[in-house]
Design a protein around this ligand. Structure first.
Ligand SMILES: Nc1ncnc2c1ncn2[C@@H]1O[C@H](COP(=O)(O)OP(=O)(O)OP(=O)(O)O)[C@@H](O)[C@H]1O
Ligand SMILES: [Zn+2]
Length: 734
């Protein structure tokens, strides 16, 4: 009898012991009984010693003969549950594609193909001369078997059926064979520009790092040719049969990036994002694991993709918030990428025009290599930035008259303009003109956003919608008015102000799904639209060669946020938006409309640019003892009674003080705590939300304090009444 430690997918911060007749390899999946349920777990260690064996249950079934999680990923899993203080079983499940979590086979299953029959092989295809489609299909199948569904799509189901009826082709189940380094069959280096001096320096530096662990920040202004540096620095790796994993923030970015990589190297690229089916994700996982794919491009969770011959990891737009998961296992894929690169002894490249302050600090202190591209590629000029003082100006649909004049100049010159609005919908509130009562989402205590096109109200915190009220709930007056401006209203206004210009709105209401976004972006670049109105989506890495003006209608809200990261986020957004203008031959400009034209942040950003702002912001963080100069974690609690959430965190505060004081004589190990105080969004979906922020100048004692406290937190009397969670290195305080 062998005792085996298994990670079981339950929200408990521990491993569980089961028995088996033989030792099992670490990383294979097993089915085990857990209470009344049967769950799929992962073997962590075989042959452990335990004292009391009386209650140990046997493993019900061993699923894999080969581990689904290799040693390097196992080490990463271990690091994840230690560092994020998360349940091991949940960590491992998060790392696996969904079908594998359910216990389905890890190797490719047979798929239906069509192949040529002996009769078909000897048939003279001229005999089909009167059926050219059948002839083409037969010729293709003779060359190599085709996946049945794809053959039906290419040649039509009728053609396939006709050939089957004539017994020239037949259906067979074939298990796809995966071949390592299969991409080398077609690998070819397409046309590429000659790198400029700075790109050349960066590429040479990266070439030196092959086969060793190193982290580099590629800090390159928008349009400076960062992607070109990625392409040229991975070229020798791919040629040598090494795989490259590239993380990108948004799904909208993926199509453009993917085709650029595919075209350059004439190889298939594995794509991973949340809109794929489970089966498609599994297929990429299998092909990457077998070493068949040379390039894998994906969003956050792609960092868990197994690689047979890893050569390099790239995180593009590394500052992007989407790399941090904000629920469940709250990991940061950028930090994980560093762990993985270290484990595989390969380089990690972080690229951004607006690096996160954490990353920039690592580069400035020499922990990361610092590569810089200070000029735009191919002679494009940088975008000039200006502040537009909106005070005392008439405002139409959120646009001041001064701004309108500038917009007219660009529109009349036949150029495209991009209008950024920070919220979707028509207006962020609906109120009664008579008594002033605002239509509120009761579950979130927040005003509903007006969506005029749908004639509905929607809560942007919980997603709840309701029909547009005809009268005020409080006084029954029929005069309802909107307050504030969203994309829908700005679009409506622009239609009136610029009746001859074609416009398009881009926000999550108008572009659902990546295909719609992709089509819209293509239409923009074919100049089918002249005025683009939209939200954050527009800021994400798109190449708009015809845009010469970017306007930001309202950035004042972010200037006074309680979140210490708000200035950094605003500066990144503004700089990325500015980066969409003047990317080709025509110069671009950006105007920020504000009621605070003398605000130091805006002045610094507009006059000195992000690079200067960021270095200055780092000094401020240091002076105020904020990350990256200290470490933080947050305990959040939510409950239907606000007193329960508050009381739980009060008790948690006590535990953190006492358990650490009891366990150590050094009072310096007790974290500094602020709170409990309400989250920036105080209530969501009927639950009141509070947080306790814990900080310490050193990471190790901070994590140690949490480790000591966690078992007590689970047992607190209030713990059963609240939903609570721990967030390590939090980035979002909403
Ligand atoms: N050395 C070069 N010579 C000529 N053209 C180049 C060169 N490097 C890049 N380009 C071109 O310049 C444009 C911008 O380059 P690229 O997309 O690589 O920049 P980027 O820094 O990744 O952009 P962003 O971060 O703003 O999305 C592209 O059209 C690219 O083909
Ligand atoms: Zn709500």
């Amino acid at each position: 009898m062998v005792f085996i430690q298994v990670a079981v997918p339950v929200p408990l911060r521990q491993l569980f012991t089961y028995s088996h007749t033989d030792t099992l390899q670490s990383g294979v999946r097993v089915k085990v009984s857990f209470g009344p349920r049967q769950l799929v777990g992962i073997v962590i260690e075989s042959g452990i010693d335990i004292d009391d064996t009386s209650k140990i249950k046997a493993i019900n079934e061993v699923i894999d003969s080969v581990p689904v999680i290799d040693e390097s990923l196992r080490k990463m899993a271990h690091w994840l549950w230690q560092y994020y203080h998360h349940a091991p079983g949940e960590v491992i499940h998060a790392m696996l594609p969904v079908p594998l979590r359910k216990g389905e086979p890890a190797t490719p299953s047979p798929a239906q193909y069509i192949q040529v029959t002996p009769e078909g092989r000897t048939t003279d295809s001229d005999s089909l001369s009167r059926a050219p489609k059948q002839m083409a299909c037969l010729e293709a199948v003779v060359a190599s078997p085709l996946i049945a569904s794809e053959a039906r799509k290419t040649f039509s189901p009728a053609v396939v059926k006709a050939l089957i009826d004539k017994a020239l082709i037949e259906r067979v189940d074939i298990t796809p064979e995966l071949t390592a380094q299969a991409w080398l069959d077609t690998f070819d280096i397409g046309e590429k520009p000659v790198p400029d001096k700075e790109q050349g320096v960066a590429i040479a530096a990266l070439n030196q790092q092959h086969g060793t662990f190193a982290i580099s920040l590629l800090e390159g202004v928008t349009g400076s040719g960062k992607t070109e540096v990625y392409l040229q620095s991975i070229e020798p790796l791919l040629k040598a049969g090494k795989q490259v994993l590239i993380l990108v923030p948004e799904i909208g970015l993926t199509p453009q990036t993917v085709s650029r990589f595919e075209k350059r190297f004439n190889i298939p690229v594995g794509v991973l994002h949340s809109q794929l089916t489970d089966a498609a994700r599994l297929s990429v996982w299998q092909r990457a694991r077998a070493g068949e794919l040379g390039i894998i491009i994906g969003t956050r969770s792609a960092i868990f993709t197994p690689l047979k011959n890893p050569g390099m990891i790239i995180v593009d737009e590394e500052h992007d918030e989407s790399f941090k998961q904000q629920d469940g296992l709250r990991y940061n894929a950028r930090d994980l990428a560093a762990m993985r690169a270290k484990e595989h002894s390969i380089p990690l490249l972080l690229g951004s025009a607006t690096p996160a302050l954490e990353t920039l600090n690592n580069a400035l202190t020499g922990r990361f290599a610092h590569l810089q591209l200070t000029r735009r590629a191919a002679g494009a000029q940088s975008t000039k930035q200006y502040l537009l003082d909106a005070r005392d100006q008439p405002i139409h649909y959120g646009i001041s008259e001064g701004l309108l004049t500038i917009m007219r100049q660009h529109v009349n010159a036949g150029n495209q303009i991009l209008v950024f609005v920070n919220r979707r919908g028509y207006a962020p509130a609906l109120l009664c003109h008579h008594c002033g009562t605002t239509a509120m989402c009761k579950r979130c205590d927040r005003p509903y956003t007006v969506h005029k096109g749908q004639n509905r109200l929607q809560c942007h915190h919980c997603g709840a919608t309701r029909s547009m009220p005809k009268e005020c709930e409080a006084c029954h007056s029929h005069e309802m008015v909107t307050a504030g401006t969203g994309t829908e209203q700005v679009e409506e206004g622009l239609m009136k102000l610029f009746p001859d210009a074609k416009h398009v709105r881009i926000d999550s209401d108008t572009v659902r799904g990546k295909d719609k976004l992709h089509q819209t972006l293509d239409a923009i670049n074919r100049q089918e639209h002249q005025i683009l109105v939209g939200t954050q989506i527009l800021s994400k890495g798109h190449h708009f060669p015809h845009v010469t003006l970017v306007v930001v209608l309202d950035c004042d809200g972010a200037l006074f946020s309680a979140d210490f990261r708000a200035p950094e986020k605003l500066a990144q957004l503004v700089t990325q938006l500015a980066g969409r203008a003047g990317r080709a031959s025509k110069p671009g400009e950006m105007w920020l409309q504000t009621h605070n034209p003398h605000h130091p942040l805006l002045q610094d950003l507009v006059n000195n640019g992000y690079a200067h702002f960021a270095r200055h912001a780092l000094m401020e963080r240091k002076a105020s003892a904020l990350p990256p100069y200290i470490s933080q974690f947050v305990i959040r609690a939510e409950a239907t009674e606000s007193s329960s959430a508050y009381a739980f965190l009060q008790q948690a505060r006590g535990v953190l003080l006492n358990s650490n004081a009891a366990n150590t004589s050094l009072s310096g190990l007790v974290p500094q705590m602020t709170g409990p105080f309400p989250c920036l969004i105080e209530k969501r979906q009927g639950r009141f939300r509070f947080m306790l922020v814990c900080s310490h100048e050193k990471r190790a004692p901070l994590h140690n304090a949490l480790r000591l406290a966690l078992p007590y937190l689970q047992g607190l009397p209030q713990a059963a009444k609240v939903r609570w969670s721990v967030d390590i290195d939090p980035t979002d305080f909403s």
